[in-house]
Design a binder for this molecule. Structure first.
Ligand code: HEC
Length: 129
């Protein structure tokens, strides 16, 4: 009886620790601004697509909302849908016809997620040595 409940407790503890461990971050960063090549592509896409016109140079919002705040709750699926389809009636344009954005969607998300997580501490990043 005792051993059985101990086993149950062990399983519970193991599954809890799995649930709590954060999913692997989609970016790598050291010193707050040196990032892996894929995240670098995301930053270049951010620049090329000029998302900063509406979301601000530091992603903290202007005409468009702060993406630092938004990506704390927005799922990756919602992010992809919003960037691809836009929210035209609300002033967010669609990037579905932009090959650069569509081909670098994961990288763009990784870069912005890093900013939102506070792991990438400044907007302008540089390649990792
Ligand atoms: C012409 C201005 C404009 C540009 C350019 C623009 N956005 Fe937006 N974006 C907006 C506005 C306005 C909203 C808010 C829409 C709403 O109210 O739902 C928004 C919303 C979003 C959201 C959803 C935020 C949330 O809280 O749900 C994401 C993600 C986003 N933009 C990413 C981007 C990215 C990435 C780019 C560049 C590839 C970009 N935007 C370019 C204006 C813009």
């Amino acid at each position: 009886m005792f051993r059985k409940s101990m086993l149950g407790l062990t399983i519970l503890l193991v599954s809890t620790s799995f649930a709590q461990s954060a999913p692997t971050a989609p970016y790598k960063v050291v010193d707050g601004y040196k990032v892996d090549p894929e995240t670098m592509k995301g930053f270049r896409t951010w620049r090329a697509a000029a998302c900063d016109r509406c979301h601000g140079a530091n992603q903290e919002g202007m005409v468009g909302p702060s993406l630092v705040t938004a990506l704390k709750t927005l799922t990756k699926e919602e992010f992809v849908k919003t960037v691809r389809d836009g929210r035209l009636e609300k002033g967010m344009q669609s990037f579905g016809t932009s090959p650069q954005v569509m081909e670098n969607m994961d990288q763009l998300y990784a870069y912005l997620k890093g900013r939102s997580d506070g792991a990438i501490t400044r907007a302008k990043v540089e390649p990792m040595p």
